[in-house]
Structure formats: C-alpha cells, structure tokens
Write a protein that binds this ligand. Sequence first.
Ligand SMILES: NC(=O)c1ccc[n+]([C@@H]2O[C@H](COP(=O)([O-])OP(=O)(O)OC[C@H]3O[C@@H](n4cnc5c(N)ncnc54)[C@H](OP(=O)(O)O)[C@@H]3O)[C@@H](O)[C@H]2O)c1
Length: 311
Amino acid sequence: MTDLFYRNLGSSGLKISKLGLGTDQVIKNKEYKELIKCIKCAFNNGINYFDAADSYVDGNAEEILGGALKYFSRGDYIVSSKCFFPRSIIPSNSGLSRKHLYDSVHKSLSNFGLDYIDIYYFHRYDNSTSLYESMSAISDLIKSGKVLYWGVSRFGIEQIREIVTLLEIHPHLIPPICNQWYYNIVSREIENELVDYCVANGIGMIAYSPLKRGLFSEKSMKLIPDNDQFFSNLSLTNKQALDLLKKLSLISRPLDLSLSQLAMGWVLFNKKITSTLSGFRNESQLLESISIAKNNLDEDVYQNINELLCY
Ligand SMILES: NC(=O)c1ccc[n+]([C@@H]2O[C@H](COP(=O)([O-])OP(=O)(O)OC[C@H]3O[C@@H](n4cnc5c(N)ncnc54)[C@H](OP(=O)(O)O)[C@@H]3O)[C@@H](O)[C@H]2O)c1
C-alpha cells in the first residue's frame, strides 16, 4: 500500500486510510459471516478505519463491529464512536454533558469489548451544555486512557471557532483532530470556508455519504422513474436526480467506471479531505470503492464533473 493511501488525521500522528468503513449500512441486516468477510476484505486492501456511533443500527453497531474486530490485532485498526442523540427518554441519556460523555464512553467500551477507543466524536453540537464542560470531560477521558483522540461531527465554522477560542483560553484542554461532514458531488457546503478553517486549525475533515446515501448508482437510475418519492428526502427532485445521473453516466461509461466509482472518486480527489467513509452494502460494492481509492480519478475527469455541475 502506498503512503498516499494513509494520511495524518489533523494535527495528530494518527495515520488513517483515505477510505474508511462507515458501519451504519454495512452492519445492517448482514449475516455475521458476511460481515467478517467484508472486514477482512477491507483490511487486506489497506483500510484501517472503522466508524460507529452509539445510535447506529438501533444501538447495536458497536457490539457487532467489536465482535468482528476481535479477529484482528488491536494495534492494526482505528475505531471510532460518537454520542449526543438521546439513548432513552431519561434526560441524562443525551447531549454532551460530562455525565453523558462519561457514561457513553464506558458503554461504548463495553459494547466494543475494548480497553480504549481511538477517536470519540461529539455527534452534534449541544446547545444546552457549555462547550467548556464537554471539552473538559473529553480531555479527562483522554487523560484517563479510555479515549485516544476526539473529534466533532457536523460542527459549523462558528462552532469550530468557539472550540479554537476555548483552547486558547484554557491550555489544559485537548484539541480535537477531526470534523465529520457530509460531502458529495451535490452537497459541497463545506468547501465555502469550513474545510480551510478546520485544516488551518489542525482539524482533519472526514467526509461521509460520498454517494449521497446510494443515490449515485446505476440502481438509482433504474428505480427513480418508478418511485415518486424515491429521493424526496435528499433535497433533489426525482427529475433533478435523474438528469444528474444521466449526465454523470456520460462521463463514467467511456471510462469503464460505475456511477458510484465516479462519485466516490470525485470526493477522494479532494486532498483537503483526510478520509472518506464508505457505506457499502456488500463486498462487491466495497471492492468497487477500494478500486477507485487506489487508482484515483484523473484531474481532467474531476474538472469535467465540476464543469458539468457548473462549478
Ligand atoms: N457523522 C454523521 O452524522 C454521519 C451521518 C451519516 C453517515 N455517517 C457515517 O458515514 C457512513 C457512510 O454514510 P452513507 O451510508 O450515507 O454513505 P454512502 O456511501 O453515501 O451510501 C451508502 C449506500 O450507497 C450504496 N453503495 C455503496 N457503495 C456502492 C457501490 N460501490 N456501488 C453502488 N452502490 C453503493 C449502498 O446502498 P444500496 O446498495 O442499498 O443502494 C450503500 O448502503 C455511515 O455508515 C456512517 O458511519 C456519519
């Protein structure tokens, strides 16, 4: 595996593969044997990053992933989890209070069956808790050895600024090393200011939903015309989505790439993104994503896509 496949995450020394496995769809409805096969396949192809959250797969993702990772050496993989969303109707079971962070990290450790978690995320910003409280709590968890690094998910520029300011005022706080955001051909908000600001402050960007939850695929092209509501929750009308897929396939077909590879390749081309989380559903989808991660899109193909989208 070339060094280009691994990058330091933010200002840390943690070397993370540029393609990571997001376990949400990956684990859902999968036979255990099939899951192990996929994880082995990922490992054999150089992927070292596995992302989970306390809420994925109705709260079962960590346990299933932890079981599958037992077959591998702890030093060889990076595993992450997150908390914020309510885990029950009990008020203390949500958000980023010191208590919920402490409870969540311990529950995640027990679910995974691990002694430490590599990266722990604030899944969303918590308006009801002071950020200082959450940052001191995660810094203490890191000092206690339960967590090695921390990150945030969907924190906007003002929220990152707040973190940077708190770090300046309170030097005992430990800085985050990454920010997770959705990023794909049609969801490019982070390009405005956020990516550069994060990178300048030692915070690496992790992209998720590179295929817009599976929109960018030949399967969608077939399904959209017969499903009025097919992508109604994805901020595109059916007609817009279908037109876009047709245009993209004019680029992908002559290159012998699938639509998914073209869309994934476009995200992976952006060097400001440290790692991209693939949400594959089976081994053949995973292998498709790995192939484009290893071979990269040519610059002119990347530019053709941008021109097509009028950027
Ligand atoms: N931090 C956050 O708030 C947040 C939010 C969402 C996700 N995430 C993370 O990011 C991960 C990935 O997100 P996502 O599931 O939205 O990613 P995605 O890659 O945009 O979508 C995944 C779906 O795309 C289809 N797919 C994947 N590879 C394909 C291929 N090679 N060819 C054709 N179709 C393919 C599959 O759907 P079908 O085959 O069923 O069509 C798969 O379920 C999640 O598992 C999670 O770890 C984080």
